[in-house]
Design a protein around this ligand. Structure first.
Ligand code: CAA
Length: 257
């Protein structure tokens, strides 16, 4: 499949998707989001892929939804087409996704990063939800995921004023996993993704599902859900292999079975 707005490559067991509209700071138009969905479908269906990396350029992860494309939209049209719902494909990805964020992650860019499971930020990263300055509000989950990530006070200030966070602030507030020098971002993201991709895929997918369940349910139900998944993993050959490897003091070799 040929892509016009993203670059797609495989590196070992890691699928790498690079947002690539350099002239528009990777502004997220409909064509890009459709291509992202197709790439995600491909990697999800590929048994050789255990983890994904989503990244952009050094200047911009993505500067938001494409404002030129949105400018003429109307309420009846956005409602009928359920505008932005196709973006949720990333949040529905079952394999883990590491966001490697450098430069601007604004509006929909920040929202895409927050749909990923781990955010690694370069020291030049800037996170923000500036939609309010355009007379709109975040539309791809920003007001919800940001609030869960950094709390009401900080999310409210960002959503109401459009204030952006430096990478250091985003780290301190708990929005990102950690900050690394720009020059090391891609290598560090690959290292994290490669580590995950070499683990047992069933346990990785279940661990992701279990953490995400914490956002959807009560503590008691979440713990019950986790317990069932934990018990289910004792039906896998990888659990036998992982524990045998520990006891025999060797590294484990998982078969995703
Ligand atoms: N949509 C469309 N084009 C965009 C864009 C966007 N979100 N962001 C940047 N661009 C384009 C610019 O129009 C410009 O194109 P031209 O050269 O053809 O004029 C090019 O990218 C470079 O941008 P700038 O010249 O503005 O670069 P800068 O360094 O001076 O500023 C910036 C960088 C601060 C990120 C600025 O571009 C900016 O404020 N962009 C918009 C950010 C924004 O408001 N994002 C939210 C969008 S709404 C949204 O995302 C809704 C949602 O919830 C999904």
């Amino acid at each position: 499949m040929a892509y016009d707005n993203i670059l797609v490559e495989t590196n070992g067991h890691v699928g790498v998707i690079t947002l690539h509209r350099p002239k528009a700071l990777n502004a997220l138009n409909g064509a890009l989001i459709a291509e992202l969905g197709t790439a995600l479908d491909g990697f999800e269906a590929d048994p050789g892929i255990g983890c994904l990396v989503l990244t952009g350029s050094e200047r911009a992860f993505a500067a938001g939804a494409d404002i030129r494309e949105m400018q003429p939209l109307t309420f009846p049209g956005t409602y009928t087409d359920d505008f932005l719902t196709s973006w949720d494909r990333l949040a529905r990805c079952r394999k883990p996704v590491v966001a490697a964020v450098a430069g601007y992650a604004l509006g929909g860019g920040c929202e895409l990063a927050m749909m990923c499971d781990i955010i690694l930020a370069a020291d030049n990263a800037r996170f923000g939800q500036p939609e309010i300055q355009l007379g709109i509000l975040p539309g791809a989950g920003g007001s919800q995921r940001l609030t869960r990530a950094i709390g009401k006070a900080k999310a409210m200030e960002m959503c109401l004023t459009g204030r952006t966070l430096t990478a250091e602030e985003a780290d301190r507030y708990g929005l990102v996993s950690r900050v690394v020098p720009l020059a090391e971002l891609q290598a560090e993201a690959m290292k994290v993704a490669d580590t995950i991709a070499n683990l047992s895929l069933p346990s990785v997918v279940m661990a992701k599902e279990s953490v995400n369940r914490a956002f959807e349910t009560t503590l008691a139900e979440g713990i019950r859900f986790e317990r069932r998944l934990f018990q289910a993993l004792f039906a896998t050959a990888d659990q036998k292999e992982g524990m045998a490897a520990f006891v025999e003091k060797r590294s484990a070799s998982f078969n995703n079975a």
